[in-house]
Design a protein around this ligand. Structure first.
Ligand SMILES: Cc1ncc(COP(=O)(O)O)c(C=O)c1O
Length: 513
């Protein structure tokens, strides 16, 4: 066509090579394979050369390198590009696959899911409508059906892939809010905005629930004050007697309980709230029940530990994060509802995208159930994983992790230099270094240990607070992490702790003299 030829001619004036060589298309497979191959080699170099979980680099060390990067001067060559990316990123990237990375809720990845990422990004389907995804939509739907079945939901259930736990929790609270308003106040929030009563809406969670519940309550116009935190018992699980007391107190004060969020695997302790008991109370008080199983969803994979989340099927809605407990790359989460008709609360029709007549024609437009429009085909990663490896193998990884966490808990308990704070249902252990006869400030010492470990990068652990006191935290999510790896981490912790004690002693002696 004349216009295209003219455009190409113009581009050819600017570049001495094929101006369209960077565009992914049918005549360009060599360039595509070459680029993806080179990047795979760079990832291999990352695996081969980064022997520690982290280089220990500081922002002050890395920032000056960015000053030399001129984004308006393209490098034009993959070798130069990958050298730059190696310098700025991969040589310092934190290695979640490393067995001595046991800090946050990041899992190592299964290779089929990584391979699927190549296809996802290359073909780049958008899962909002059938006319942008076709078979992709049906694959997503089948995986959602599978997850619903694992939860114990009946065929009336449905769900949608999300960017992760925060978004899934937002959807849970959004449906809870709008459903309550419609059924109890005959007020349509989608149409009319919040009713005056919304300032009195109350949501109940355990004090150990993820912070996204508060953040989402505020995004939904209910304010953080709408979230009532229920004290946990000695095992850091929601105390259901206190939950009922709190519901009653809020009712007596003229407030309006709308929902309870139970956590199946708290971020800090990996503990599971009494899901059945909460289900009984939400039924008694006619409240929406959402279960945040972002972490605990891995238990769905294992017959050995599946009973720990019995009661999850009582929830009106559930959050799962495949990118935490199913060994999937970020992002990959899902939001599931027991009754699919409830998605009507958030459905909008746009003439250009998902007109109403598509519904009548039976065209499956996933955007009807999502708060996103353009949406990645994350489901393909899970498809690759389940079809190549199967649930039992994944579940085996999760069982190994739980067993390793239990073995490590026993070691922490047996060692008088450590104080273990919890018995985890899954794999998060909170503890501190507290050697006998030490008069050190324990918070400062354990903060020093964590910081020194991060700066050294030999092994990475996390930290958290209980009653304002600082503790170290292990989050085990890697089946390659063995008890011996963690014994090595104990050694590193003690080394840094003793450095702190020595330094404090020397400083105190110095001050005395
Ligand atoms: C229990 C729980 N829920 C929700 C989230 C948020 O998930 P995401 O980071 O995928 O948004 C987390 C994250 O750690 C979590 O631990």
């Amino acid at each position: 066509m004349l216009t295209i030829n003219l455009a190409e001619e113009n581009l050819n004036l600017l570049f001495d090579e094929d101006p369209l060589k960077d565009i992914f298309h049918h005549d360009n497979t060599e360039e595509y394979l070459d680029a993806v191959g080179k990047v795979s080699q760079a990832v291999k170099r990352f695996l081969d050369t980064n022997k520690k979980p982290f280089s220990g680099v500081s922002p002050a060390q890395l920032r000056p390198l960015f000053a030399n990067v001129d984004l308006d001067s393209p490098l034009m060559d993959y070798r130069a590009l990958l050298n730059e990316v190696e310098l700025l990123y991969t040589s310092h990237a934190v290695s979640f696959h490393h067995p001595e990375y046991i800090a946050h809720l990041n899992c190592p990845l299964v290779i089929p899911a990584i391979a699927a990422e190549v296809m996802i990004s290359s073909i780049n389907s958008s899962l909002d409508t059938w006319d942008q995804s076709a078979g992709g939509t049906l694959m997503e739907q089948k995986l959602i059906e599978w997850t619903c079945k694992e939860i114990g939901y009946a065929k009336e259930s449905d769900g949608i892939f999300t960017s992760g736990g925060t978004q899934s929790n937002l959807m849970g609270l959004l449906l809870a809010r709008d459903h309550f308003s419609l059924t109890h106040l005959q007020h349509n929030i989608k149409l009319n905005g919040l009713p005056p009563e919304a300032s009195r809406f109350r949501i109940f969670v355990s004090e150990m629930a993820h912070f996204s519940i508060q953040k989402n309550a505020s995004l939904l116009g209910l304010g953080e004050k709408s979230v009532i935190k229920i004290k946990t018992d000695r095992s850091f699980r929601m105390n259901s007697i206190l939950l009922e007391d709190a519901i009653r107190q809020e009712l007596a004060a003229g407030n309006i309980p709308i929902a309870v969020v139970g956590t199946a695997g708290t971020t800090d302790f990996g503990n599971i709230d009494p899901l059945k008991e909460i289900g009984r109370l939400t039924a008694k008080y006619n409240l929406w029940y959402h279960v945040d199983a972002a972490y605990g969803c891995g238990l769905l994979l294992t017959s050995k530990y599946r009973s720990l989340i019995n009661g999850i099927e009582l929830a009106h809605s559930v959050t799962v994060d495949y990118h935490k407990s199913f060994f999937q790359p970020v992002s990959s989460g899902a939001f599931l509802v027991k009754d699919r008709t409830l998605f009507n609360l958030i459905t909008h029709h746009a003439d250009y995208l998902n007109p109403k007549d598509h519904d009548h024609d039976g065209l499956p437009n996933q955007v009807n159930k999502s708060i996103q429009t353009t949406r990645r085909f994350d489901a393909l990663k899970l498809w690759f994983t389940l079809r190549l490896m199967g649930k039992v193998k994944l579940g085996g990884y999760f069982e190994t992790i739980i067993q390793t966490a239990a073995d490590i808990a026993a070691l922490l308990q047996a060692d008088p230099a450590f104080e273990l704070m919890n018995e985890s249902d899954i794999s998060a252990l909170v503890f501190r270094y507290n050697p006998r006869n030490s008069s050190a400030d324990l918070c400062k010492m354990n903060q020093f240990i964590k910081k020194s470990m991060f700066n050294g990068g030999e092994a990475l652990v996390a930290g958290t607070k209980i009653n304002k006191a600082f503790y170290l935290k292990f989050t085990l999510l890697n089946p390659l992490t063995t008890v011996d790896h963690v014994k090595n981490i104990f050694k590193i912790i003690k080394q840094h702790g003793n450095e702190y004690l020595q330094f404090n002693k020397t400083t105190a002696d110095f001050r005395r003299n």
